[in-house]
Design a binder for this molecule. Structure first.
Ligand SMILES: NC(=O)c1ccc[n+]([C@@H]2O[C@H](COP(=O)([O-])OP(=O)(O)OC[C@H]3O[C@@H](n4cnc5c(N)ncnc54)[C@H](O)[C@@H]3O)[C@@H](O)[C@H]2O)c1
Length: 239
């Protein structure tokens, strides 16, 4: 198993789903993990069951990013890994996307990762190392008509990942995007599971830990020459 002993990681949206599963994978691999979220009750429960620390944190708020980074640096003096995982979805077509919905989805899915990369970059630059993982989606590879704003932010995150990788590479900081297909979590509640499975050559929906293990590889030194890349993990859906 890949080890990340001694690394200090922040995982946003860690109160459930992929964020919580990734926290478990990282802790088992030897990391010190901080999960952040707006759902405090679930976040505290995940933290006590998996052995990490929970911090309240709305990723769309710059001051809350500063508080998270200050706390982790005060505790450990470093940040090795940021997983920008928090995300929301709204099932609205382009025509039905109100400005309020658009701005809410962009604030969490796109502005959140921007603020996160800006907040950790100075710390990682001082260290001369770091790995940032951005949770995009295969929705960022094609049209996402029924969830228009969501798809737009996932496209944007792929571009942001590449631009940040170009800028931060000379400082020893890697930035990668993960593009999952269907993953067992609250986000796919209400979707037609049979159709999802039929559209997936591996004929199943991913377990959140499987995405966590890809994040683990990207967080680890095993992927030391990998940056600015899309990592599709979709059971072959886009093959
Ligand atoms: N589930 C899927 O099929 C799937 C597929 C592709 C990509 N993704 C992406 O993976 C990531 C994780 O999704 P998931 O499947 O675990 O979904 P989820 O809905 O189970 O979890 C999302 C988490 O983000 C948190 N969150 C929401 N708004 C926040 C905010 N403003 N600040 C901090 N935290 C906030 C929620 O409270 C929740 O704990 C998301 O970015 C999602 O877009 C999911």
């Amino acid at each position: 198993m890949i080890r990340i002993d001694g690394k200090v990681a922040i995982i946003t949206g860690g109160s459930r789903g992929q964020g919580a599963a990734t926290a478990g994978v990282f802790v088992a691999a030897g990391a010190t993990v901080y999960i952040t979220d707006v759902d405090d009750a679930e976040g505290e429960a995940v933290a006590s069951s998996c052995g990490c620390t929970y911090l309240h944190h709305d990723v769309s708020q710059p001051a809350e990013w500063a508080a998270v980074v200050d706390r982790v640096v005060a505790d450990h003096g470093r940040i090795d890994v940021l997983v920008n995982n928090a995300g929301i979805i709204e099932w609205r077509t382009m025509t039905d996307t109100s400005l309020e919905v658009w701005e809410r989805v962009v604030a969490v899915n796109q502005t959140g990762p921007l603020l996160g990369m800006q907040a950790v970059a100075p710390v990682m630059k001082r260290q001369g190392s770091g790995s940032i993982v951005n949770l995009s989606s295969i929705g960022g590879l094609g049209g996402s008509s029924p969830c228009f704003a969501y798809g737009a932010t996932k496209w944007a995150l792929r571009g942001m990942t590449r631009g940040a990788a170009q800028e931060l590479g000379p400082f020893g900081i890697r930035v990668n995007a993960i593009l999952p297909g269907s993953v067992e979590s609250q986000m796919i509640a209400g979707m037609d599971r049979e159709n999802l499975i039929k559209a997936t050559p591996l004929r199943r929906i991913a377990q959140p830990e499987e995405i966590g293990r890809l994040s683990l590889w990207l967080a680890s030194d095993e992927s030391g020459y990998v940056t600015g890349a899309d990592h599709v993990i979709d059971g072959g859906m886009k093959a």
